[in-house]
Design a binder for this molecule. Structure first.
Ligand code: RIB
Ligand code: CA
Length: 314
């Protein structure tokens, strides 16, 4: 099989597109999914994961419950206006209350089980930060962390300066950026350019490999972005382009820098890298140097996304 991936997400729309891409790629082997609060409450995102796994015939993949609130001590904020009332746009996932979510301990043996395990984190970073606080030695074993978060020297999406995953729990994001070895970080700088147009959606739907993509992207999600960014030609699939990097790093240009976050005040969640060329390569204040994606080759993204989602050559 393909690259082993342990997936952490706040499974709403673009997290789901990421999971569908992984499933259809045949090159990514998801060994577990940790459902966390974020786009929707934890119980809902876990339910969404079980629904998706049932749809694609992969109920063998274990689903674990992650964090349900941030380390900041605040009450979490959810985003039904972007991701729909249940987190999957117009789709109402069938209720599955059967499984307990108090099973986070099941993540631990997975960290030990594989030699080249990578972690993909495309939601708030609370759960991942918890692992760094509790199991630092086990986290040393992780080969690479692919993280969607931040906005470097470009506007944010939830505030003028902050991206949603970093803004919701900047304390956790700071812990991960400080301690994780070998992070590949995918900020809005690249993810907002990973656009899936209505034409692409229609063709994917027509080919019939995934009938979920059209309802997921066509209604709330694209409608939300059209209102927020007039003239935008499609929906940015932040989380899908992040998981694509696991098997297609050549789509991106990376910049090496330590990463810090602003925790409080007006700029809360702001991601800070050192973009002064001669300073950036060095650890700073004990922070490790990370790989920040700063540009995306759109055509490579387009071609691979369409090939995987339709089975056609582009
Ligand atoms: O800012 C975009 C990110 O916030 C994506 O991961 C989206 O799913 C939400 O979690
Ligand atoms: Ca997400």
């Amino acid at each position: 099989m393909g690259q082993k991936v342990l997936f952490f997400g706040d499974v709403g729309i673009d997290d789901t597109v990421a999971l569908l891409y992984a499933h259809f790629s045949g090159e990514i082997d998801v060994v577990g999914i940790v459902a966390c609060y974020g786009n929707a409450p934890k119980e809902q995102t876990a339910n969404n994961v079980r629904y998706i796994l049932k749809e694609v015939g992969r109920t063998d993949i274990p689903v674990m419950g992650g964090a349900e609130k941030p380390m900041t001590g605040e009450v979490p904020v959810f985003y039904p206006d972007v991701h729909g009332p249940d987190g999957l746009g117009p789709i109402t996932p069938t209720e599955d209350q059967s499984a307990s979510l108090e099973n986070f301990f099941q993540v631990i043996p997975l960290l030990d089980q594989y030699d080249d395990l990578v972690i993909v984190n495309v939601g708030r970073l609370t759960t991942l930060a918890t692992l760094f606080l509790l199991y630092p030695e086990k986290m040393e074993r992780i080969h690479t962390f692919y993280v969607m978060g931040g906005a470097f020297n470009v506007p944010g999406n939830v505030t003028p300066s902050a991206e949603a995953n970093f803004h919701a729990d900047p304390v956790a994001a700071n812990i991960v950026m400080r301690y994780a070895k070998n992070v590949k970080l995918f900020p809005l700088n690249v993810t907002q350019h990973a656009i899936v147009t209505p034409g692409m959606v229609d063709f994917i739907h027509f080919k019939g490999k995934s009938t979920l993509i059209k309802p997921l992207l066509d209604y709330y999600y694209f409608g939300f972005y059209q209102k927020k960014v007039p003239g935008l030609e499609g929906s940015p699939v932040h989380d899908a382009v992040t998981i694509m990097a696991v098997i297609h790093p050549e789509m991106f240009t990376f910049y090496k820098t330590p990463v810090a976050l602003e925790i409080n005040g007006e700029a809360r969640g702001l991601s800070i890298g050192d973009f002064r060329q001669s300073f950036a390569q060095y650890e700073c204040d004990g922070r490790l140097v990370q790989d920040v994606a700063v540009s995306l080759e759109y055509f490579k993204f387009y071609r691979n996304f369409m090939e995987v989602m339709t089975g056609e050559s582009f």
